[in-house]
Design a protein around this ligand. Structure first.
Ligand SMILES: Cc1cc2nc3c(=O)[nH]c(=O)nc-3n(C[C@H](O)[C@H](O)[C@H](O)COP(=O)(O)OP(=O)(O)OC[C@H]3O[C@@H](n4cnc5c(N)ncnc54)[C@H](O)[C@@H]3O)c2cc1C
Length: 389
């Protein structure tokens, strides 16, 4: 049985100073009051350019982000690669609305896709489709509402850019993942992703959709994708996550008077997540998997399904992934056992990464158990190292 909590393996690449910083950080974000204040300050920073960088950069940013540019991520990427943990460079950008800004974002995303082809330590590229057009356009298309001439132009540009990134991934020889965000935009994104799979996933999975398994309609959607794959003889790529916007989705649904798209309980969500993994492994000739989770039970379930199916640990069509700065015990111990592992390594300016950082702080604060576990492991490793001196 694999030990996912070997702390020596988990923190091998971290210096004592980095461990002490991480310990300080997790002991702060354990407190809801501090996280709420951070959320408030970051909203202020985005609205009125209130300076917040001085507090965020040496703390949250340093722990959860690779740097401001692709090149600044290389030291973190290379250190992880020595232990067989790969990186997925994730360009972070706040919602952009102007065409010139959208185009600048597109150019950076293209650079990131090209870059994936140049490094063995980068197995995938990724992008947020919401960065390629306005929220309004995606929402209207998702709900079948008519577009104005200007919106239609923006949507056409969106389709072209989406396709260009996928074509660039083919050239790079590395698959590309399409991130999922708000429920409101997802129908439009799913439809384009399916078109891209039809175009590029003939021999292997180049384009990966993201399924947020906290949504109660996603197991049906998975079954639809499986049929779609058989019907068109293509390979489906899927990144599985639970979903990062639960509270926002529930609040929106109740304000908008429509049923919440989210399962009522965590248990329902966990069952759906694991069931999706089971179905995917069972159909591994049709579905390639990128399993993004910090949940130990889901990882053990995936390992069990793989072993029952007779797949080797390093099965090339299955990846497990965590976020940079979180659950190193899982990433490094899974990699040591020979599985394919990657970490999402975000990069971008402090201002653009702020919403991501607040989400990470809130998430870690919400899962008190998870934060406590991180803290216990950090303390244990510092103590272990001290005893060796
Ligand atoms: C590599 C990677 C890529 C990611 N990419 C995306 C992405 O593209 N889009 C995205 O939205 N998120 C993304 N995430 C974040 C992810 O969706 C989760 O927020 C995060 O990973 C926490 O879930 P978990 O599986 O790690 O663990 P857990 O701690 O076991 O689960 C927490 C999650 O369970 C769900 N949940 C909690 N309570 C309930 C409840 N009462 N009812 C129903 N569900 C509940 C929520 O989704 C919550 O975030 C990514 C995560 C990783 C590791």
């Amino acid at each position: 049985m694999i030990d996912l909590n070997n702390i020596e393996v988990a923190f091998k690449i971290k210096s004592d100073k980095e461990l002490r910083n991480a310990k300080f950080l997790f002991s702060m974000i354990k407190h809801r009051f501090i996280v709420r204040t951070l959320g408030f300050m970051s909203n202020l920073a985005l609205k009125i350019k209130f300076p917040i960088s001085w507090i965020v950069k040496p703390t949250l940013y340093r722990h959860f982000v690779g740097g401001e540019t692709i090149e600044e991520c290389f030291p973190a990427m290379n250190r992880m690669a020595e232990e067989n943990v790969k990186s997925v460079l994730d360009f972070s950008i706040e919602a952009v609305e102007k065409e010139t800004e959208i185009d600048r974002t597109f150019q950076e995303l293209k650079r990131s896709v090209i870059n994936s082809g140049q490094h063995a330590a980068i197995p995938f590229s990724v992008f947020k489709p919401t960065a390629l057009t306005t929220d309004n356009v995606l929402k209207k298309v998702s709900f079948g509402e008519p577009l104005t001439a200007g919106e239609q132009l923006s949507y056409n540009n969106f389709l072209q850019r989406f396709d260009a990134l996928c074509a660039e991934a083919v050239k790079a020889g590395k698959p590309i993942m399409v991130d999922a965000e708000d429920y409101w935009f997802q129908k439009a994104i799913d439809d384009v992703t399916e078109d891209m799979m039809l175009k590029y996933n003939k021999e292997t999975a180049v384009v990966y959709a993201t399924l947020q398994m906290y949504r109660h309609d996603r197991l049906d959607y998975l079954r639809h994708l499986l049929e779609f794959s058989k019907q068109h003889n293509i390979i489906i790529g899927i990144k599985y996550v639970r979903g990062a916007y639960m509270e926002k989705e529930r609040a929106r649904a109740s304000a908008g008077g429509y049923p919440s798209p989210i399962y009522p309980t965590k248990n329902d969500c966990d069952n759906a997540f694991n069931e999706a993994l089971r179905i995917s492994v069972e159909n591994c000739d049709r579905i390639h998997v990128f399993c993004g989770t910090h949940n130990e039970e889901s990882i053990l379930a995936l390992m069990k399904y793989m072993s029952e199916k007779g797949l080797p640990n390093d099965c090339p069509t299955i990846y497990m992934a965590q976020l940079y700065g979180m659950s190193d015990n899982l990433s490094f111990n899974i990699a040591k056992a020979g599985y394919n592992v990657a970490k999402y390594l975000p990069y971008g300016k402090v201002r653009n990464v702020l919403p991501y950082l607040v989400r990470r702080a809130e998430e870690n604060s919400a899962i008190a158990g998870q934060t406590t576990r991180e803290l216990i492991m950090l303390r244990q490793e510092l103590k272990r190292r001290k005893s060796l001196k």
